[in-house]
Write a protein that binds this ligand. Structure first.
Ligand SMILES: Cc1cc2nc3c(=O)[nH]c(=O)nc-3n(C[C@H](O)[C@H](O)[C@H](O)COP(=O)(O)OP(=O)(O)OC[C@H]3O[C@@H](n4cnc5c(N)ncnc54)[C@H](O)[C@@H]3O)c2cc1C
Length: 401
């Protein structure tokens, strides 16, 4: 972000966003990676609904899973803005690999970094930063995702030196790959004044009593891993509590505020990817004696798409800049998530229309974008939940009391 001085005085004015050299270099590297490594192969994985282990391994080699973490844990020493930039550039080409990175870092590893003890960080973070392993975050339950903590049923009770977990989780990203090492689940660990006390507990993959169901058949994000999880008398050491006892809900709100910025960047990337594809296509395809790009209705549609992609990018830039500056960013994160997911949906619909019949054929990236866009209005807080957060930040609240 740049600031300058007005010609006639010394009033500081904001004049826009310019990436610093490191961020620009990262952006270029990830854009090239997405073009050269992801684009040629991802369509096949998508068709097969297969997790792209070799692409993820190459993302790991590039250091993407360690981007916002300190070097002492094997991270790249970057910041959250860098993570968002990488997500934006990946999602311009494919959202399944982008969400694998987003869920692995923003939801999986970040809570361990933010709330873990020194021992927990040393145990889990190095493998996660290297991308040799993936972590997952289990909040949503079959009975409800928006209504947390009200809809939560999963419990954990203390038995000697162990937690015993019972319950289930739904739609958990990265939870069932062969490289998943740990899932952090939120569970009710007690009650205070009749209200549930919620804590976060880390459950290593393969723990007895922890079952991972088969992959959902999803409309989009077809090469990301999403599973239902069941816990039946699942025992983990007491030391697997992440953060304070009863602090799980507050930790989850912080994790999700940050995650919304990351998913907004991913959505803005998809919106920009739609423009990229259309600009290519309208120069190649002709109708009624002219390239499609000759027709003003097509030009206007693409102009609207670019306006949305641009506004979306500025929305997440603003939220991410506030986040890394340590300023309040809850309102801006919700605005960015809402704005960027709207842009992704609108651009995916328009891009498909511009491609005509080919827009409905899976071989073309815009068909993938169309299928991938919808979930952006649902995951990490639905658009309705974003509006609730924005309204509350504006002082409007319909909660009793
Ligand atoms: C592919 C995928 C990956 C996911 N990955 C993860 C993950 O890694 N970890 C995780 O914990 N979860 C994950 N989720 C779950 C996701 O976060 C939830 O689906 C989402 O929060 C919505 O919860 P729900 O599906 O239970 O819908 P519900 O909460 O049942 O909502 C249904 C509808 O009602 C609306 N609604 C609810 N309450 C209100 C209200 N008070 N006023 C107005 N409207 C309301 C909602 O906006 C929505 O439109 C994932 C979901 C998907 C599809």
């Amino acid at each position: 972000m740049r600031s300058g001085t007005c010609a006639g005085g010394n009033i500081q004015v904001m004049v826009g966003f310019t990436l610093n050299d490191e961020h620009e270099a990262l952006r270029g590297t990830v854009a090239e990676f997405a073009r050269e490594v992801v684009a040629p192969v991802i369509g096949g994985y998508y068709e097969r609904g297969e997790f792209p282990y070799d692409v993820v391994a190459r993302m790991a080699k590039l250091g993407l899973f360690g981007l916002p973490f300190p070097e002492e844990y094997g991270g790249m020493g970057g910041d959250y803005f860098a993570l968002c930039l990488a997500l934006h550039e990946l999602a311009r080409v494919d959202s399944s690999v982008a969400i694998t990175l987003e869920a692995g870092v923003a939801l999986g590893a970040m809570p361990i970094y933010r709330f873990g003890t020194a021992e927990q960080k040393q145990r889990w973070l190095p493998d996660l930063c290297q991308g040799d392993r993936l972590a997952a975050f289990g909040l949503t339950e079959p009975g409800g995702g928006s209504d947390i903590p009200g809809g939560m049923r999963t419990t954990a009770r203390r038995d000697g030196d162990e937690w015993v977990i019972d319950g289930s989780k739904a739609f958990i990203t990265n939870s069932g790959t062969s490289i998943t090492s740990v899932v952090t689940v939120l569970a009710i660990t007690g009650r205070t004044d009749g209200k549930p006390e919620i804590s976060a507990i880390m459950v290593p993959s393969g723990t007895a009593g922890f079952t991972v169901a088969s992959e959902y058949s999803k409309v989009g994000w077809r090469c990301s891993d999403t599973r239902e999880l069941a816990f039946a008398g699942c025992r983990v050491p007491a030391g697997n509590l992440l953060g304070g006892l009863g602090r799980g809900y507050a930790q989850f709100l912080q994790t999700l505020d940050e995650g919304r910025v990351a998913i907004a960047a991913l959505a803005a990337g998809l919106a920009q990817g739609c423009v990229d594809e259309c600009l290519r296509y309208v120069r190649e395809r002709s109708a009624f004696g002219h390239e499609l790009g000759y027709y003003q209705s097509i030009q206007f549609r693409i102009a609207d798409m670019q306006a949305r992609a641009h506004s979306a990018r500025l929305a997440w830039y603003d939220a991410a800049a506030r986040l890394v500056a340590g300023e309040p960013f809850k309102l801006e994160a919700a605005i960015a998530k809402l704005t960027c997911s709207n842009a992704a949906m609108d651009n995916a619909r328009d891009a498909t229309q511009i491609f005509g019949g080919y827009g409905y054929i899976n071989e073309f990236p815009v068909a993938r974008f169309y299928r991938d866009a919808k979930v952006l209005e649902i995951g990490e807080g639905t658009s309705e939940v974003q509006r609730m957060v924005i309204a509350r930040q504006l002082g409007l609240d319909s909660r009793p009391g």
